[in-house]
Design a binder for this molecule. Structure first.
Ligand code: 6R9
Length: 664
């Protein structure tokens, strides 16, 4: 540990180290961080909370290009669920991400494509991006896509995914990306719920040397989507895939027919920009809706201040465009700021565990952003794989789940060589962009803490029992926000009531995150994880209810209960308890079938790591499944089950304990 990297231990009471932005990071900086000091952050933060309209109006005009200026900065309230930002303003997302940079410097690299096979990638300049986006915009129009229509995107991580998104926004349509690891059933549900008319996909995908039959999955899904009139197919591998005449079109054939420029559609600031489906604690996935002006401002602001993006930077976010991290930090933040963004098709383990570091080294990457699950995997693989020098790397971001102190330190010392600032960024699909996070080059950090609120975010720790806000420091509770911020989700598609119930009615006047959190004696925030039935596997949000619903579809399943358990590699893992129908026999084959059922119904990433076939589930007399008891049993804490006499049949507990022990 170098002296520059480490400050004296301030947080003595908590025995945690505080790390200041490393001196070497500041030395290799092309100029200096956008914000000069922690005091400057504090002053600006205060302004963003006490004079939010003044603060955001200035930032919105500085970072975005408006076709029509706004008059009102913000209207509506959290309590009413009718928040709007810059309502009279008009702008276009693709114009802001592409045109304005292409006009200034068409030869600047916009996309660095790293294909699955090393060496097979290519670069796309802003000029090329503008031409590609324009041509695809024409194709979409020709396919009948109009302003306000939804277009589903089911693509691997290739430049065409970004081109597709930008073309959709250019014509004023709404993108709804479905992660290309979702099953046909999940895709079908999202296409139907989002009312998508057109789907954009590829013949196949390629990841970690394996092929993924994306077109086939789309074909399966669309058997039950009569409203989809067109499918645009990008040829990625050249595989022989079935084509439905009148519905399917080849991307490469269509784009040739159109000119290389089309004017962007002027959109109202509050027009929807995209839907992104995410798991909640109950029922089917929610189509979280983001609007144009506010979302783009959140992306640009956090790109600029959290990652300290400067002109000429090369930004690499390892997230998939199927998740919010890919939306905001592969596509929007870097392109809004006019820098180069890496689109990485592969995995961190292919062809070996050095892949990320080789990419960073080869392309002189300045900022890298990834989930702790990948870091745990790479840390376990061994330090020998981190041979690359990575001389330009200044910022190392973490996202999606809490990062353990040992992993944080490994990231800082072994990957960053103590020359890069680690930023642990807390946020959600619904928040649109980072909300509690250090600012690179500015905020002192403590491993495991997401540190301090971003501009405009006024956090509150709430007592979950009384519902009252707990003031002061050194407190624990659930995390909520007191003020609306520009990039917050505006609704759940077609289910505004659900939006209100999930986020805004829980504690009136606050936005409820669903996470537990603590605020330490210095005002730093520590995210404790979900307080609802959401499991976080490798940074993927999964709903236990959704997995249970998938299991129930199997004819042998009478009832099931799914819980998340701590897992060394994936953070949490899914474990399922299944009570089977009397007529069937428990067997390993049946357990495999249950796993397959979840893979088929949701996607491979949701598959339970363990399935326990049990005679019955622990239930209260009113029939509520006591998942808490199952969690305790899995954690080996059978002595802490509490009072089980209120169960309808307390004897099942011992039987379940025996089954779990035998399986382990
Ligand atoms: C961006 C993203 C959101 C949930 C969130 C929380 C967890 C995200 C975190 C974190 C601890 C961090 N989470 N970032 N927990 N530290 N830095 O992941 O969005 O997929 O919607 O998940 O992820 O539990 O509520 P999303």
């Amino acid at each position: 540990m170098s002296e520059e990297g480490k400050a004296p231990v301030v947080a003595e009471a908590h025995l945690v180290d505080t790390f200041h932005p490393p001196q070497k990071m500041l030395e290799k900086h092309p100029s200096k961080p956008h914000i000069g000091s922690i005091e400057e952050y504090q002053q600006l933060y205060k302004q963003s909370i006490t004079e939010p309209e003044k603060f955001w109006a200035q930032k919105a005009r500085e970072l975005l290009t408006w076709q029509r200026d706004f008059e009102t900065v913000r209207s509506g309230t959290l309590a009413n669920g009718d928040v709007a930002w810059f309502p009279e303003g008009q702008l276009n997302a693709a114009y802001n991400c592409v045109d304005r940079h292409a006009f200034k410097d068409p030869n600047k690299v916009a996309i660095i494509y790293e294909a699955d096979e090393p060496g097979e990638g290519r670069n796309l300049t802003y000029g090329e991006l503008l031409r590609e986006v324009s041509r695809v915009s024409y194709v979409l129009k020709r396919m009948g896509v109009r302003k306000g229509d939804t277009v589903a995107v089911y693509l691997p991580m290739i430049p065409e995914a970004l081109i597709a998104l930008l073309a959709i926004t250019r014509v004023g349509a709404v993108h709804s990306v479905v992660f290309a690891g979702f099953s046909a059933d999940s895709l079908r549900d999202r296409v139907i719920d989002g009312q998508s008319k057109v789907v954009i996909t590829s013949d196949e995908g390629k990841r970690g040397g394996k092929l993924i039959g994306t077109k086939k999955i789309v074909d399966d899904a669309l058997k039950q989507c009569p409203d989809v009139t067109g499918v645009l197919v990008f040829k990625r591998t050249g595989a022989d895939v079935p084509f439905t005449p009148g519905r399917d079109l080849w991307w490469h054939e269509e784009v040739q027919k159109w000119p290389s420029y089309i004017a962007p559609e002027a959109m109202n600031s509050e027009d929807p920009l995209f839907l992104l489906y995410t798991s909640g604690s109950t029922g089917k996935p929610k189509g979280v809706m983001h609007t144009t002006g506010g979302y783009l401002l959140g992306a640009a602001m956090t790109g600029k201040y959290v990652f300290d993006i400067h002109d000429g930077d090369k930004y690499f976010c390892g997230g998939d465009v199927g998740w919010i991290t890919g939306h905001t930090y592969v596509v929007y933040a870097p392109l809004l700021l006019g820098v180069s963004t890496v689109v990485f098709e592969g995995t961190p383990a292919y062809p070996n565990f050095s892949r990320y570091w080789d990419i960073i080294d080869q392309h002189d990457i300045t900022q890298f952003y990834v989930a702790p699950t990948a870091l745990r995997l790479l840390k376990r693989a061994g330090d020998d794989f981190v041979k690359a020098r990575m001389p330009k790397l200044r910022v190392l971001g973490s996202v999606g789940e809490p990062i353990a102190a040992e992993v944080w330190k490994w990231y800082f010392e072994v990957v960053g060589k103590e020359e890069a600032h680690v930023v642990d960024t807390y946020w959600q699909t619904e928040t649109g962009s980072n909300v509690i996070t250090p600012l690179a080059g500015v905020t002192p950090t403590k491993p495991g803490s997401a540190s301090l609120p971003f501009f405009g975010i006024e956090p509150a720790i709430i007592d979950p029992v009384s519902g009252d806000e707990i003031h002061g420091n050194d407190v624990e509770g659930v995390l909520a926000f007191k003020q609306p911020w520009p990039s917050m989700a505006r609704t759940v598609w077609g289910a505004h009531k659900r939006y209100m119930e999930t986020y805004l009615d829980v504690y009136k006047g606050y936005y409820f995150t669903g996470d537990g959190a603590g605020r330490d004696h210095e005002g730093f925030y520590w995210i404790r994880g979900r307080v609802d039935d959401v499991v976080n596997v490798s940074g993927h949000r999964l709903s236990t209810a959704e997995i249970e619903a998938a299991l129930i579809e199997h004819h042998a399943v009478a009832e099931s209960a799914v819980v998340g358990v701590a897992d060394e590699l994936t953070g949490q893992a899914v474990n399922a308890f299944v009570a089977i129908n009397k007529s069937v026999e428990a067997s390993d084959a049946l357990r495999k079938e249950f796993i397959l059922q979840v893979r088929r119904s949701i996607g491979p990433f949701a598959a339970p790591k363990a399935v326990y076939i049990v005679p019955d589930l622990p239930k209260t007399r009113s029939g509520k499944i006591m998942r808490r008891i199952l969690r305790k049993i899995l954690a080996g804490e059978e002595d802490q089950l509490g009072d089980i006499t209120t169960l309808s049949d307390p004897s099942v507990v011992d039987k379940i304990i025996t089954i779990v022990h035998e399986a382990k």
